[in-house]
Design a protein around this ligand. Structure first.
Ligand code: ATP
Length: 316
């Protein structure tokens, strides 16, 4: 049997790890007729992981453990992990189910793509468990059906996303960036944050004019990534959704101010928030910032990026 045959043969127990993401740069175009926005995003996968364990079962089910409170998360067919497993089963004409156990460490509704990470990890786990042997491109196609951020959770690293964020091209990034992330006790709903941005743009249209019809990631971001220069990257962190997130959760303004006063090079709301990502100069600065934000009563964690996308970490 060759190595590739053994990957295609079914397994009994598979564990896959998938990362959360930070949007280093997020530009949002105008609301389109289909209700979506065209976006341009620079994503970085960071060392904050959800782990999905998959075992054979007659039906589809999911349970949660981990550092994040999942008591409000539905575990029925609406859960992104179940949607991923059933989509793969339908696609591969697989006739049984799967028991999924997820160790959740990425905050829920936090702007870090946690649900997308679970969806991507589940696709990879079930593919290995069932021996369906789909190609990476086929898995990327399924991921795009599950959520705009799910293809990036598969790909990992650093990448530019266009369209709805799901048309990806990898970006060259040198070295390691050191982040401190501040969680919020309550999540923000992605559709509500986009709606707040639309409303703001409509109200102020005479002053600010229409949004860029084809949003793009600034060239300075790509240069900073290529150079591995945290100081330059800090100067070009940007999120069109940040003002809307701050309107819905004004306490985020204080968090941003505190982080930037306590040693961060810069802070930015990630995606639709409310997680705030602070970029620091190096590992020591990240440690100092982590200690000082925690001492102020904030829930802060350290992470580095880039890290790889959804990968099998154990297979039996
Ligand atoms: P994004 O940054 O991709 O917009 P997010 O990180 O803000 O997303 P998620 O944690 O992905 O938010 O959750 C978005 C919604 O998806 C939540 O309201 C949650 O109830 C639902 N959801 C469904 N399945 C999951 C899952 N496995 N993990 C987290 N959320 C899930």
């Amino acid at each position: 049997m060759t190595a590739s045959d053994s990957l295609r043969s079914p397994a009994q127990d598979v564990v896959v790890r998938a990362p959360g993401k930070i949007n280093l740069f997020f530009a949002v175009g105008d609301l389109l007729d289909d209700g979506y926005h065209e976006v341009a995003s620079a994503y970085q996968a960071v060392s904050l992981f959800d782990e999905v364990r998959a075992r054979h079962a007659p039906d589809f089910g999911v349970t949660f453990t981990g550092s994040i409170d999942t008591s409000d998360l539905l575990t029925d067919g609406s859960n992104l992990a179940i949607r991923a497993a059933t989509l793969l089963a339908r696609t591969a004409d697989y006739r049984s189910g799967v028991a999924l156990q997820i160790e959740k460490n990425i905050p829920i509704a936090g702007g870090m793509g946690g649900g997308s990470a679970d969806a991507a990890a589940t696709l990879v786990a079930c593919d290995a468990l069932w021996g369906t042997g789909l190609s990476r491109d086929e898995l990327l196609g399924l991921a795009a059906e599950l959520g705009a951020d799910a293809p990036f959770a598969l790909l990992g690293g650093t990448a530019i996303g266009t369209g709805r964020g799901d048309q990806l091209s990898p970006a060259l990034a040198m070295g390691t960036f050191h982040w401190v992330l501040v969680y919020s006790a309550t999540g923000l709903s992605t559709p509500q944050v986009f709606a707040a941005l639309d409303e703001h743009r409509e109200r102020h249209a005479p002053d600010i004019g229409p949004a860029d019809p084809i949003p793009h990631v600034s060239v300075e971001v790509l240069q900073a990534l290529r150079a591995g220069d945290a100081h330059v990257l800090a100067a070009c962190l940007h999120n069109d959704l940040q003002a809307a997130a701050l309107t819905l959760d004004p306490s985020l303004a204080r968090v941003l101010e505190l982080g930037e006063r306590s040693g961060a090079l810069a802070g930015v709301v990630s995606g639709s928030g409310p997680t705030v990502a602070f970029l620091t100069a190096d590992a020591d600065s990240a440690l100092g910032l982590h200690v000082s934000l925690s001492a102020s009563g904030l829930h802060a964690v350290r992470a580095t990026g880039p890290v790889p996308g959804a990968r099998v970490i154990s297979r039996a």
